[in-house]
Structures are given as C-alpha cells and as structure tokens.
Design a protein around this ligand. Sequence first.
Ligand code: AMP
Ligand code: MG
Length: 353
Amino acid sequence: MACQWVILDADQARWTEVLEAPAQALREGRLVAFPTETVYGLGANAFDAAAVQGIYRAKGRPSDNPLIVHLADVQEVRKVASAFPAIAQRLAARFWPGPLTLVLPARPQLPRVTLGGLQTVAVRLPSHPVAQQLLRLANVPVAAPSANRSGRPSPTTAAHVFADLGDRIDYLIDGGPCLVGVESTVLDVTVTPPVLLRPGGIPKEVLEATVGAIEVPAPLQPGEHPRAPGMKYRHYAPQAPLLLLEGPFPAVVQAAREELWLAEQAGASTGLITDRAYAAQLSATVVRILGDPGETQAAAAALFDALRAMDQAGVDRILATPWPRRGVGEAVMNRLEKAAGGHVRRVGTPAEA
Ligand code: AMP
Ligand code: MG
C-alpha cells in the first residue's frame, strides 16, 4: 500500500477541502504524517489504542518510548492532562503554539500505549499552519512522534517521510521543508524546579527568562534510566559511523585534516558536515555546509537532511565539526552527539575553562 501524498494549494482558503479526508482518517484510527515547524510527525488519535499501536509498528519504535500529544488549542490540555500547574500555564501562554513540549500528569483515560506506560503525558501545540488546521479538523488529540523509522534521522521534508514510511501510512501531507528542523524542547513541569528532558527548538535560557532556573539532568551513568525514555535509544543515526569533533577552531581544523588524511590512506570516502569557515579549510568526498559559523538556526534547519544525504551518497565515514552550544546550538550538538553514538572527540584546550 502506498500512501496518498497530499500537496497543498498555495491558497490557504482551500486547505480545509484538502485536509478533510486526512482529518477523518485520523478520527477513524488511521495514520497520517503531517508537517510541523520542528519535524514531520506521524499522527494517530491519541485515545485510540489500536491506532497508536500502529505508530509503534510503522516506526519500529520501542513500546516504552511515549509519544507527544498534539493539540489545536490550549483549552484541550484538560482532555489529556489531569492538572495544568501555574508554571505550565505561564510557559504555554508565552511559547505556544511553538516547539515546546510540556510533561504533565496524565488523565487516566489515555491509553497506556500512548504514554509508554508512564503516568505523565507530553503535550504541545504546534505553530505550523498546516498542523493547526489538520488538528482543528480532526478534533481529537493527536499522538505524533517524528515520522521516521526508529533510529533514523528525523524527517524535515515529505520526501524523507516517504522514504521511511511511504508504504506504511495512509496519508502524507506535504507542507514543504520544516523551518526549525530539530524537535521540540521537552520540559517536565510535574517537578520543581522543572527539568529539561530534551534540548530542542526553544533554548533553555529562553525558557528560564520566563520561569527561572531549569534543572538539567546529569549525564546518564551506565544502567541508569533516563527521565525521557526516548533519550536512551540510539537516534538520528546515519548508516556510516560519524565522528563529532569539538574544540577551538584551529584544533578542530587540524584534527579534521588528520582524520581526512587517514581515511584517504585507507581508501575510504568521507562526508563532512560543517560550516562555511571549516569548509574553506578542509576537503572531503562530500561536503554539506549547514550555514555560516555560529548560525545555529540554519544548522538546525539543515542538519537532518545532511545526515540523510550522507546515506544517499554512500560515504564510508562522516565527520562533523562543532556548533556553539548556545541557543538552538545546544539541540544541534545534542543531535550530532546522538548521531555519533558517543564518538565525540574533544581537541585542543578549551577556550575558557
Ligand atoms: P519524538 O516525538 O519521537 O521526537 O520523541 C518524543 C520524546 O519525548 C521522546 O524522547 C520521549 O521519550 C519523550 N516523552 C514523551 N512523553 C513523555 C513523558 N510522559 N515523560 C517524559 N518524556 C516523554
Ligand atoms: Mg523521534
């Protein structure tokens, strides 16, 4: 079965017509992939356990990894959460719709499968106009993880979704490339102070300006369980092994040159994911420039497509240069670290200890 690939009219007034069928499919328990401002989501009615089961099956996702529930309107939070604490309301008023997911106490009516067995629910209101329109028409809360096969880079275009899931879903709504490009920030507001479970589209320091200090869990020790179950799995992984370098510019250039030279000696092709300044200093088999140095927004928007492009080019190894860990750069580095499966090499002396 191939999915129906829905292309939207430039005229927004006609979207309702086109989105009515996928919205109905959601209500009837079928799977619909749709664009959000972060990445494409694979949606199902959050209250339909069989439909949600279908998401896990299509993705090959481990069943203990809960899904984010997407809503059209803040009034719907009470349909899925049993409490909406003041701090959460403050964050919602400031950052919704947008790339912030809040973890709240779950209503017991939500199927266990949607919650991955937890007693909390992760909720967000996406700002993408197509997602909003679809959610309004569907008129049910929609559980939607990223629309990729489990372990693969998240999809930021409809073509990425089609490549991973085209034969496993009912509808694919094409809204063009996602503007943010990395997933939402996940914040647990069931505890005080709130805990950052996943860095994402809204930087921690921006959230802190609204709610004060946010706790960042210490790096996991072996055998320890993360509080966002999804963070324990290998993620965003390209086919070739990826090495992420981190350190001051000259030291990274030197280490990258050594790596590229070693690969060449071994007859291996290397893909380089980098910024314009490093690219001017290095040559590799395939080069993807995500943006100018320090342009972390551009890097976020282009990162997952670059990882997928390396798979398509069939390179033997991938080398990535660092981005500043500020703003959305924190999420970019988090995704690169995951894609590297722990292969991060710190070089040179840190600029500031
Ligand atoms: P995805 O939608 O695939 O980007 O993944 C959603 C992320 O949110 C995963 O890391 C989940 O583990 C996390 N998540 C979803 N629901 C909860 C919850 N109730 N508590 C903690 N983390 C959650
Ligand atoms: Mg995902």
